[in-house]
Design a protein around this ligand. Structure first.
Ligand code: ADE
Length: 368
């Protein structure tokens, strides 16, 4: 029989092979801060075996206050989970740890650095230059259609969408092949992939949703619960790769405070499955509920879920009574239906991450 997660992690060993010399880690600016921990950007000298002397940019997690033993314990737990987990492309992977000063309350957990930050901030700050490929009926326009001239965006249109982004676009876009001020979506998308231009398309959102499902399927296969899956905890790395971050930590910290605020003042209640809210039950299937909320966040380009609804017993009651959010306007029908399935009251009726991954993959095949 499976032990509760906390007992399991107590038993996980620390492997000295992860130890990284503290003096070779140069801490830099702060990337994020929560109630108990913070993350800073850093340089790790000689982190890659065959590149002695050169430094790798990394992210370092630490506790906010070295006298907070509960926070330190939580970070130890997270480190052990990261070691147990092994590595996956769609998870923020462990690179090393500095544990030698732990008796003084200093524990540094070194993870991959993701250049473009979290998905929630990225989506909301690039909302203005979003390239929507979904029609008013929720259908994804076919590739042949999008290749047609009628769908080519004129530079003027792009300026109208987002003046700040398009100035950037105008300066840096590849030369206009038609000479008429029109650039096909193809070349915009290609350029975006090459240089991370701030234009997101429906295809990116679909790709990200597949990658998050893949990362979460990997977590579930290792019997690791996330407990706080939300767009703010998904990070964007190079080449359109997204990675799930911050697992293992949240569960226990939120346990006694249903309405506790996260680092950004957001309330995790809006991401929590109905059984987590009412009975404090967490499982991979409650992570699936949160994945549904992440889909909603993505296709509404970083909006706060349940817009206009206050947190509290009323929201919980409404959800218990069957209230669910609608498909965001930019979401293909398939994703609207998927959200609804993730929010089934019975956890066993929700799809598994494996099923989600496979279903999204089929969608991707049908729209290219
Ligand atoms: N913010 C929090 N964790 C981060 C990471 N690993 N990379 C970039 N920004 C982050």
């Amino acid at each position: 029989p499976l032990l509760p997660m906390e007992d399991q992690t107590e038993m996980l060993p620390y492997d000295q092979r992860w130890e990284f010399p503290r003096y070779r880690l140069k801490l830099g600016t702060q990337l994020g801060v929560g109630c108990f921990g913070r993350v800073v950007k850093a340089k790790a000298v000689g982190m890659n075996k065959n590149s002695n002397g050169t430094a790798r940019t990394v992210a370092v997690k630490m506790v906010k206050s070295q006298t907070n033993s509960a926070a330190l314990e939580a970070l130890v737990r997270e480190l052990k989970i990261l070691i147990h987990l092994g590595s996956h492309l769609n998870v923020v992977n462990l690179l090393g740890a500095c544990t030698k000063e732990m008796h003084k309350g200093e524990l540094l957990v070194i993870v991959e650095y993701c250049r473009f930050g979290n998905l929630q901030t990225y989506l909301s700050s690039h909302r203005g230059s979003f390239v929507n490929l979904v029609d008013e009926f929720g259908n994804i326009r076919s590739q042949s259609e999008t290749e047609e001239k009628e769908n080519a965006l004129s530079l003027q249109e792009m300026c109208d969408r987002d003046p700040t982004a398009s100035t950037f676009c105008l300066d840096l876009l590849p030369t206009d092949p038609t000479g008429r001020g029109e650039i096909g979506l193809e070349s915009i998308c290609q350029y975006q992939r090459d240089a991370a231009l701030p234009c997101i398309t429906t295809h990116d959102l679909i790709s990200w949703s597949f990658q998050i499902a893949s990362g979460m399927d990997y977590l579930a296969s290792k019997k690791v619960l996330h407990g706080d899956l939300a767009a703010r905890n998904v990070l964007l790395a190079d080449a359109g790769v997204v990675k799930v971050a911050d697992f293992g930590m949240a569960k226990r910290l939120y346990y006694d405070g249903k309405y506790e605020k996260t680092s950004q003042g957001l309330l995790p209640v809006k991401w929590m499955a109905i059984e987590s809210l009412t009975d404090r039950v967490f499982s991979s299937q409650s992570d699936v509920w949160s994945f549904g909320v992440v889909l909603w966040e993505m296709f509404s380009l970083g909006k706060v879920p349940y817009p206009g609804m206050e947190i509290g017993h009323l929201l919980v009651k409404e959800i218990q009574n069957g209230y669910r959010m609608e498909r965001p306007i930019n979401a293909p029908n398939f994703f609207g239906e998927t959200m609804a399935r993730c929010w089934k009251a019975d956890p066993n009726e929700r799809p598994t991450f494996r099923q989600l991954k496979d279903a999204i993959c089929s969608q991707m095949e049908s729209c290219i």
